[in-house]
Ligand binder design. Structure first.
Ligand code: BTN
Length: 270
């Protein structure tokens, strides 16, 4: 289902409403390879905190672990935000959980509260058991400054997906939320992520742990993460996934793709 075109001026105006202050550039492209690559190029030429690249279509949209991200023209949201880490260093890996919370909130708001969005550690947003959004954070460098690019893909208007995704993915339209204004959702996500970054910079993950627990889509489910299999038991204060293995040990997992053992085997494209 095609949506109204993304409108850069409305995105800027809405971000300014939510976060008064100097505006960073917002670039809307009709088509691009990957908005994460565009944001990295932007960062190389002179990084601006909060600069955003959006595209109506991506020809080489990517997810974690080299998977591709389904990005048909005019249906969904694909955007990347440039962040200057400042004093924050290595702990940025856990920021993808916080971005997931921001996206989950924006998805629920876009649906008028008619659905509940959960976060699947470490970077997915689910509705029921299907993926509606994903987060890909990558490092970049710009004029000697370390920079982060936060890529977000949200399925908004797509009603059909390639066969390998059809059972695994959903969208706002599939969940019954029609006529969603993608420009407003984009602005909500950008403002939310920038606010969250400010809070994360001073307090880390701690303020988010309660909401992470409430939105944890894995708790109680059978999972396999790399070599660890067991039942997910929540997210630790340092952002690690806790898994109770059959012998009863509690293992904390730093990184990896979570396979849900109570679902059919997942395709690498997700
Ligand atoms: C994942 O679920 O594996 C992460 C998906 C991230 C997709 C977004 S779409 C905008 C940005 N550009 C990309 O090429 N990827 C991210």
């Amino acid at each position: 289902m095609s949506c109204a075109a993304l409108d850069g001026a409305r995105i800027v105006a809405r971000i300014a409403q939510l976060r008064p202050g100097p505006a960073a550039p917002v670039i809307v492209k009709a088509s691009t390879g990957s908005t994460n690559d565009d944001a990295k190029a932007l960062a190389r030429s002179g990084p601006v905190h909060g600069a955003v690249v959006l595209a109506e279509a991506q020809t080489h949209g990517r997810g974690r672990s080299g998977s591709r991200w389904y990005s048909p023209a005019g249906e969904n949201l694909t955007l990347s935000i440039v962040l200057l880490p400042g004093a924050i260093g290595a702990s940025t890996a856990t920021f993808s959980l916080v971005v997931g919370l921001c996206v989950a909130r924006a998805v629920e708001a876009a649906a008028g509260g008619s659905l509940r969005a959960g976060v699947k550690w470490p970077n997915d947003v689910l509705v029921e058991r299907r993926k509606i959004a994903g987060v890909l954070i990558e490092g970049a460098s710009g004029q000697g400054r370390a920079t982060l690019v936060v890529g977000v893909g949200v399925n908004v208007g797509s009603r059909s997906f390639p066969p390998e995704l059809s059972e695994l993915a959903t969208s706002l339209a599939r969940e019954g939320a029609l006529d969603v204004d993608r420009s407003l959702v984009a602005a909500d996500i950008v403002a939310g992520v920038l606010d969250a970054w400010d809070a994360f910079a001073s307090a880390g993950l701690e303020p988010w742990l309660g909401e992470l627990a409430r939105r944890d889509a894995l708790r109680g489910r059978s999972v396999r993460v790399e070599a660890v299999s067991g039942v997910a038991e929540g997210i630790a204060p340092d952002g690690r996934l806790l898994v109770r293995t059959p012998p009863g040990d509690l293992v904390s997992v730093v990184a990896g793709h979570v396979e849900l053992l109570d679902l059919p085997a997942q395709s690498p494209a997700r």
